[in-house]
Design a binder for this molecule. Structure first.
Ligand code: Z5A
Ligand code: MG
Length: 212
């Protein structure tokens, strides 16, 4: 543990198409890490509790209209407004499990036709995840799952485009998980990778920022 490195929590993100199982697995991972005695919190984006989050929520449920660029920047601002708290929690040793993050922002907006690099720009400087679990599911299979349908983006053709945009964002921090496996199987696969990540951060792995 040399070089002035400090123990900290890990930033673990879950991404994937709608109905890929992110929320189900986030909860499981939270129980697992808490069960091992690690200080852990579950966060999600959009965070609908803030005033920006409320604007996003009414847009998603088709109660209000917003232009695509404005929407994109609101989603990003919703992460920026949580950035300092996020960094503080991580530095104080708390691990954060985050259900959707910048990758969702870029994948969804660029699937609408916005320029990929333009979409990426406002995310630069946010805390970089230590680990991203991508729950990989064919859009057709996701559509067969319960609850698909009411929100703005839950259409098959659109989800295909989102999947393509996600592929362009993959990097070394990503672990691809087969989202068609039984839930317990997925949870087990994620646990081992997650615990290794938490231990690395405890040992002083440096916090970094998107995209540097
Ligand atoms: N969005 C954006 O545009 N820009 C941004 O920056 C961000 C988001 C952050 C709302 O997100 C929308 O915002 C979203 C992207 C956009 N697009 N849409 N629509 P959200 O997070 O609020 O979406 P959600 O509706 O809460 O969740 P979800 O992502 O659609 O689902 P999920 O969390 O991945 O899946 P789940 O709720 O855990 O599971 C879905 C169902 O499948 C449920 O019935 C489970 O029991 C079942 N399930 C889960 N896993 C399995 C397995 N392994 N086998 C069988 N069945 C399973
Ligand atoms: Mg969810």
């Amino acid at each position: 543990n040399g070089g002035g490195s400090e123990s900290r929590g890990a930033l673990i993100v879950l991404e994937g198409l709608d109905r890929s199982g992110k929320s189900s697995q986030s909860t499981r991972l939270l129980s697992f890490l808490e069960g091992l005695g690690h200080s852990t919190e579950l966060w999600r984006f959009p965070d609908r509790t803030t005033s920006i989050g409320q604007m996003i929520s009414s847009y998603l449920s088709n109660e209000s209209q917003l232009d695509d660029c404005t929407t994109h920047l609101l989603f990003s601002a919703n992460r920026w407004e949580k950035r300092s708290l996020m960094e503080k929690k991580l530095r104080s040793g708390t691990t954060l499990i985050v259900d959707r993050y910048s990758y969702s922002g870029i994948a969804f907006s660029s699937a609408k036709g916005l320029d990929f690099e333009w979409c990426k720009a406002p995310e630069i400087g946010l805390v970089a995840p230590d680990l991203v679990f991508y729950l990989d599911i064919p859009p057709e299979k996701a559509a067969e799952r319960g609850g698909y349908g009411n929100e703005r983006y839950e259409k098959l053709e659109f989800q295909r485009k989102v999947g393509k945009s996600y592929q362009a964002l993959r990097d070394a921090s990503w672990q691809i998980v087969d989202a068609l496996l039984p839930m317990d199987e997925i949870a087990k696969q994620m646990q081992e990778t997650a615990i290794n990540c938490v231990l690395e951060c405890q040992k002083g792995k440096r916090l970094s920022h998107l995209w540097s």
